[in-house]
Design a protein around this ligand. Structure first.
Ligand code: GAR
Length: 213
């Protein structure tokens, strides 16, 4: 651990392509003075854990079934995070809703990437492919991705960045998720840079909303 570098914790549940984007951005210096201190997964078989291992990054699976409540589970996560002097927590495909204890313990220091133009197609139960399925069902002509601060209300924290992506009549869940994910990676890096180095005041964070096509 290098104490003059910003320490990031990445919480994951699945493939971890966003985690990989962070790792690659650190290597290529798109993310400067930053280090992934720890990767935490709530799923034992998350490919994201394998990615962390391959890169020599500390990683841990915390088993939710060993805890009676989400508060107990998150207390364990808080303990792990506190031992790593974390500057920013990035939810990168993390499927669990955070307890208010965890959110309060890292006030204004948690960001999430979501595969839609929030506040559309967000909230409890809206993750991964389910989001794209709902987008297609609704008939909207554009979707996108959002990087935002995590607050008590699910997917409703101040928006840091958004990227719009057209929805074509030929799109399927697969094509849409691929297109959106392709844009998520660079948006997340930009969002991390803003959250870490621009000292965004959370109440004004919506001012940073950027819509680009
Ligand atoms: C990404 O599309 C991310 O936006 C989404 O899960 C996927 C994870 O991909 N997150 C959510 O839906 C959160 N509500 P990855 O594991 O390859 O980074």
């Amino acid at each position: 651990m290098s104490y003059n570098k910003k320490q990031i914790a990445v919480l994951v549940s699945g493939n971890g392509s966003n985690l990989q984007a962070i790792i690659d951005a650190i290597k290529s210096n798109q993310l400067k003075n930053t280090e992934v201190a720890i990767v935490i997964s709530n799923k034992p078989n998350a490919y994201a854990l394998h990615r962390a291992q391959t890169e020599g990054i500390k990683n841990v699976f915390i088993n939710p079934s060993e805890f009676n409540t989400i508060q107990d589970f998150d207390k364990k996560i808080i303990d792990v995070l506190k031992t790593h002097n974390i500057d920013l927590i990035v939810l990168a495909g993390y499927t669990k809703i955070l307890s208010s204890e965890l959110i309060n313990a890292f006030n204004n220091k948690i960001i999430n990437i979501h595969p839609s133009l929030l506040p559309l197609f967000g909230g409890k139960g809206m993750y991964g492919q389910k989001v794209h399925e709902a987008v297609l069902k609704s008939g909207v002509k554009e979707t996108g991705c959002t990087v935002h601060f995590v607050t008590q209300e699910v997917d409703a924290g101040p928006i840091i960045l958004q990227k719009k992506i057209p929805v074509l009549s030929s799109d399927t869940i697969e094509t849409l998720s691929k297109k959106v994910l392709g844009e998520e990676h660079s948006l997340l890096i930009e969002g991390i840079n803003l959250a870490l180095f621009e000292n965004l005041p959370i109440k004004k964070a919506e001012n940073y909303l950027q819509n680009t096509i």
